[in-house]
Design a protein around this ligand. Structure first.
Ligand code: FES
Length: 234
């Protein structure tokens, strides 16, 4: 069912010619397909959608080994589709959550403002379920400069300097096995600016050959608290 929705959205956006030649009505904001990659735990066992805790930050790498994404269970059926616009004016339609409750979403964890992201040491960006002094609850908040995104609305910008939504990660949910597979992205990718800005850091951390290495097969999902040592509160 989830795969059908993804393919339908591709068909709407790209027509029979496929993802590479998107409908001009949607500019070049059609979904971009990457390797089908199963979400697994640290032991290599597939993540089950029903096991994803509500309002908890999970992180996995996709579509590159060095590009982190958030996996969130927002605990409610999400309104969809959401009509969104990239900084360049191209429009796209986010198709909502997946899973039996349609509550599971994934987004790139690279902030659309100045590309803050969760490192092994610290994360300025995270989902916060509760309201804080600087933003409401149920948002992805980047404490670097206070860009705030709505994960229930495709990670549209609700406050702050970010010029466009976070890129969505497209997930398929297998209803029989309850497993999740990442299949692509939708919205503004920022991977090349990210690689340029953090080339030295990423090379030191991962090795030069892995900086632009695409993931394939499986990708490990961890709680953010297990992924990085410190998360900034704001
Ligand atoms: S880098 Fe995230 S708000 Fe500036």
């Amino acid at each position: 069912m989830e795969r059908r929705r993804f393919l339908e959205s591709c068909a709407v956006l790209g027509g029979a010619a496929g993802l590479a030649r998107a409908s001009t009505a949607w500019g070049d904001a059609a979904p971009r397909q990457y390797a089908r990659t199963r979400l697994v735990d640290i032991h290599g066992s597939p993540i089950k959608a029903r096991g994803i805790a509500v309002d908890t930050n999970y992180v996995f790498s996709y579509p590159y080994a060095t590009t982190p994404c958030f996996l969130l269970n927002l605990g409610r059926v999400l309104p969809a589709p959401a009509q969104l616009t990239r900084e360049d004016g191209a429009r796209y339609a986010w198709q909502g959550g997946v899973g039996r409750e349609r509550s599971i979403v994934a987004f790139s964890a690279i902030c659309a403002h100045k590309l803050a992201y969760p490192t092994r040491e610290v994360s300025f960006i995270k989902y916060q379920a509760r309201a804080s002094a600087t933003s409401g609850g149920g948002v992805i908040h980047c404490c670097a400069d206070h860009s705030v995104y709505d994960p229930a609305g495709g990670a549209r910008v609700v406050a702050g300097p970010a010029p466009q939504p976070l890129a969505a990660i497209l997930l398929e949910h297998d209803a029989a096995s309850d497993e999740l597979t990442a299949v692509g992205t939708l919205g503004a990718e920022q991977f090349e600016p990210f690689f340029r800005k953090y080339e030295f850091r990423l090379t030191m951390e991962y090795g030069q050959s892995r900086v632009r290495q695409l993931v394939a097969g499986d990708t490990i999902v961890r709680e953010l608290t297990q992924y990085c040592r410190q998360t900034i509160e704001c």
